[in-house]
Design a protein around this ligand. Structure first.
Ligand SMILES: N[C@@H](CCSC[C@H](N)C(=O)O)C(=O)O
Length: 910
């Protein structure tokens, strides 16, 4: 026996007697929710909470209950309560929202026609598809935002049901339930108008009041509010339908259990208060995303196309919203980067959830149908809970930042704000342009003049002074440029070929025929002025790996293979409109490779700079005119000796940095961006990873004074991933030891940052302070378990008399490099003695200065000195030309690289 409620929903007036001065009136919704009373079902003990009648059977014959499938007192209380708050005559509860729809669609028979929306919950679509295939029911999907699309499908004698969601799941479209119900009643009065009201709950919308015949709700959502039960609710006013529903539920046996009935009843008591809070926060979240420029679907926003209709039907916009980013991979990253928003299907719980419908709740709709119905693959659905809205927005902002969906932009007052990055649109336009070109419809523009100069570029490596490993947990790391550098040289060719040579990396060399050896069909170019999307184009990476790598590089050496892929990737995405420069690129490095000193980032920066110059996407400032009369021995330029620093404009540095980061992604998958930032900008910076309640970002340490350090490569290879994972395990197992160590490292980094930028601090105090901090930071790294016996041996050697120096591991540890501070008064003879001792022990020490210049480009460039084709494979190249940079560059020993490069002319640095 299914419970049914036969009195008016507003049968719980104030207890006051009706009088002319004080009218009896219905209690407000929240009062009704909290007040569970059924006058016809008084509890024998007056219990204030409805008891759980955890019983399958009831004794006796002819009693109100006999078997819980047919009826149970706990469920009756719940159904009475639901009918009351839904303005309904009848309410039924079943095992899930889908069970509700199953019960309702059992009213159909083969040949019946159902009209449903084209944006609807994946499970609903699945059940309708099942009925179409197995039940002989004809299903029409239409755009229910436009009631006139339904009219031609209303087929008297055939249309049995019109199934609506409003707002729809997940695009939050609005269907005019009242208008549609009236049209249906007029044209096909026998058809039932059924509404899935889950998104609104009876608090915000009561479709029976707008002409619906049947309303169902997934009680799992707002009604329960805590995601601790599954339930479905069906309500209606018509006795004939109620009778059939009760019959089906009893026959099928899917009525809600006594325990779940109890839980649902408990949840409903707080429905209004939860919904109020959730809805207010949802409005803030929607407005926040809307302000950033995302396309947000939420009926509370002023520009929502269905807002006016929704406001006629409902008392609020609810707490579910969705938005698109323009890039599925970016959406995946956003969803994966949130901490507070749980990645989960469903909605309506007190805790906030984030999901990608196409991968989750709506995955059962096949991709082609999703596309045909306009359900975007990059759609993110947000279900707002009761947490503090500022925490929710902060968490979302950090995720958007981390995913590259927003970026900081300067404000007129010197401050900063976040704006949406616009990676996806120009990319689509570029693709379109390519497509047009490939189909022969494009207009060919005159190709630009081929870049005929040799370009000589260089970028420094980096050393982490403080904060390594701890940086993974949100601690600030201090990184600085070292004066060991990577150098890159391009020389023009005129034979349609491209070559890469890496003499210090297993002497790798390869030449490609640009037209035939590179997988051009796999590339989506990034147009000038546009930014590369935050994620790599994996299709292109794969195509290069499988179709462009020479067998030797593919098989032999992982470093040269990765360096080649990064080079070709950048070359190809920067190429557009058939302008495919032909040249040789040689990279050399005075930095030890794979020792944690940022050699890959300095290589990436050189590749990015060289390619941007060759593709004519950046240019360097031309030499200013002479300030006085020039003579053969005096070029007469004003020249203040700043050694070229700050001569390269910030725009050039920013562009190179962006592309160097892309090359770093090819090389490392998920780099932090610190290494390439140091390689490009030089100096020193403080880096904090986003997350752990921090915004994250990099800040230059202004006023950084250059310092002398000894970098000792232990020559012991290390496994960075394993070391990072080891710290994670220790942190998990021994938080009382590891957490304080991380906190102490943050204190050291903060102090180091202050000291390094304090212009008034004496040199002596700075060096003393740094010595202490080096010792302390190393001790904490030992606690984290990332030191190694060779690093301890280097520490002991440098600390021993007569040296007395402070050393710490730098980077991942477990081998790799140690960094030793050399005070200004440390004698040359002592330094020589130390170097000899370290070399004798099998280490490779480098005396370096840190905090120096970033990216450098050789200039002024005398184009006539190295004319076109001087070193090219062009058969017509004139003979007897001055030696090109290329040959001399290749000839230098690694130690001579830096002084030789400096001697080539005037370098411009960032
Ligand atoms: N795997 C489930 C997914 C349930 S989605 C639940 C909810 N209605 C929502 O919109 O999130 C299934 O396939 O049904």
């Amino acid at each position: 026996m299914a419970a049914s409620h036969s009195s008016s929903p507003f049968d719980l007036p104030t207890p006051l007697p009706d009088s002319p001065s004080r009218r009896r009136h219905a209690y407000h919704f929240s009062t009704q929710c909290a007040t569970v009373e059924n006058p016809s079902q008084k509890d024998q003990y007056g219990s204030s909470s409805v008891p759980i009648y955890q019983t399958a059977t009831f004794k006796g014959v002819d009693g109100q209950y006999d078997y819980t499938r047919s009826g149970n007192p706990t469920r009756s209380h719940l159904e009475h309560h639901l009918a009351k708050i839904s303005s309904a005559q009848h309410a039924f509860t079943v095992s899930s929202g889908m069970a509700s729809l199953d019960v309702i669609t059992r009213l159909l028979k083969p040949g019946d026609e159902v009209i449903a929306g084209d944006d609807l919950y994946g499970g609903t679509n699945r059940l309708l598809s099942y009925l179409k295939v197995h039940g002989g029911v004809i299903i029409h999907h239409v755009d229910t935002t436009n009631p006139s699309t339904i009219l031609p499908l209303l087929n008297p004698g055939k249309t049995a049901m019109v199934l609506l969601e409003s707002p729809t799941n997940p695009l939050l479209k609005i269907a005019d339930i009242a208008q549609i119900a009236s049209d249906v009643k007029q044209r096909t009065p026998e058809a039932l108008v059924v509404v899935d009201n889950t998104m609104m709950s009876p608090y915000l919308q009561r479709p029976l009041e707008h002409g619906a015949d049947l309303v169902y709700d997934s009680g799992t959502k707002y009604l329960s509010g805590h995601h601790d039960l599954m339930a479905g609710v069906i309500i209606c006013n018509r006795n004939d339908i109620a009778k059939q529903i009760a019959f089906i539920i009893n026959s099928v046996g899917n009525a809600l259990t006594p325990f779940d009935s109890f839980l649902l009843l408990r949840g409903i008591k707080t429905l209004a208060i939860r919904m109020d809070r959730q809805q207010t926060s949802a409005m803030s979240v929607a407005s926040y995303l809307h302000r950033l420029g995302f396309l947000v679907h939420y009926p509370g926003l002023a520009d929502h196309p269905g807002r006016e209709i929704h406001e006629k039907l409902a008392n609020g916009p609810g707490a579910v919203l969705s938005f698109v980013t323009g890039d599925k991979a970016m959406s995946e990253r956003i969803v994966g980067s949130t901490r507070l928003w749980g990645i989960s299907v469903s909605f309506g719980a007190v805790n906030s959830l984030i999901s990608m419908p196409c991968l989750m709740s709506h995955a059962s709709i096949d991709a082609a149908t999703r596309a045909a119905r306009g359900l975007p693959e990059d759609l993110i659905r947000l279900c707002v809970g009761i947490e503090d809205p500022s925490d929710l927005i902060e968490d979302l902002e950090l995720a958007l930042l981390e995913a590259g969906a927003i970026t900081a932009a300067p404000l007129a007052d010197g401050g900063e704000h976040y704006i949406r990055t616009t990676a996806s649109l120009p990319r689509a336009i570029a693709k379109l342009a390519e497509d047009v070109k490939n189909t022969g419809l494009g207009l060919r523009t005159t190709p630009r003049k081929q870049e005929n100069r040799e370009w000589f570029v260089s970028a420094p490596g980096k050393v982490i002074l403080f904060g390594e490993h701890a940086v993974v947990y949100g601690v600030t790391a201090i990184a600085a440029a070292v004066d060991l550098r990577c150098y890159g040289l391009t020389s023009p060719r005129h034979d349609g070929k491209l070559s890469l040579k890496l003499p210090d990396l297993h002497n790798f060399e390869h030449t490609w025929d640009i037209k035939t050896d590179l997988p051009w069909d796999a590339v989506t170019p990034v147009l000038p002025g546009d930014v590369h999307p935050p994620t790599l184009d994996q299709k292109l990476v794969d195509a290069i790996t499988h179709r462009a790598l020479p067998p030797a590089a593919r098989l032999e050496n992982a470093q040269s293979r990765a360096a080649t892929i990064a080079f070709l990737y950048l070359y190809m995405v920067l190429t557009h409109e058939d302008e495919r420069p032909s040249f040789n690129f040689i990279a050399r490095s005075s930095l030890p490779v794979g020792a944690g000193l940022g050699s890959s980032a300095s290589y990436s920066s050189c590749v990015a700079t060289a390619l941007l110059l060759l593709h004519q996407r950046v240019s360097i400032p031309s030499l200013p005119p002479p300030s006085r009369g020039a003579t053969p021995t005096d070029p007469a330029h004003v020249h203040v000796s700043h050694k070229g620093r700050r001569a390269l404009p910030t725009e050039v540095a920013d562009e190179v940095n962006r592309w160097a980061f892309i090359a770093e992604k090819v090389l490392h998958g998920n780099p932090s961006g610190v290494d390439n930032a140091v390689a490009v900008f030089g100096g020193a910076l403080a880096f904090t990873r986003a997350g752990f309640g921090k915004k994250g970002g990099m800040e230059p340490i202004h006023g950084f004074k250059s310092l002398k350090f000894l970098l000792t490569d232990s020559k012991v290879p290390r496994d960075t991933k394993a070391l990072v994972a080891g710290v994670a395990v220790r942190k998990e197992n021994d938080p009382d030891v590891i957490e304080p160590a991380l906190e102490a490292i943050q204190v050291i980094s903060d102090e180091a940052r202050r000291a390094l930028s304090d212009l008034e601090l004496s040199r002596e105090s700075l060096l003393t302070g740094l010595t202490t901090m080096i010792h302390e930071n190393h001790a904490h790294l030992v606690t984290l378990g990332v030191s190694h016996p060779v690093l301890e041996a280097i520490r002991a050697k440098t600390a021993a008399e007569p040296f007395g120096l402070a050393t710490k591991l730098t980077g991942a540890g477990g081998g790799g490099c140690a960094v030793t501070l050399i005070p200004d008064d440390f004698s040359d003879s002592a330094l020589r003695e130390l170097l000899v001792g370290l070399e004798k022990d099998g280490y490779e020490p480098h005396v370096t200065t840190i905090g120096g210049s970033g990216l450098g480009i050789l200039s002024p460039y005398d184009e006539n000195n190295y004319p076109s084709g001087s070193d090219s494979e062009d058969a017509s190249a004139p003979e007897k030309q001055p030696e090109s940079l290329r040959k001399a560059f290749e000839r230098q020993g690694v130690e001579e690289l830096a002084p030789w490069a400096e001697g080539r002319g005037r370098w411009l640095y960032v």
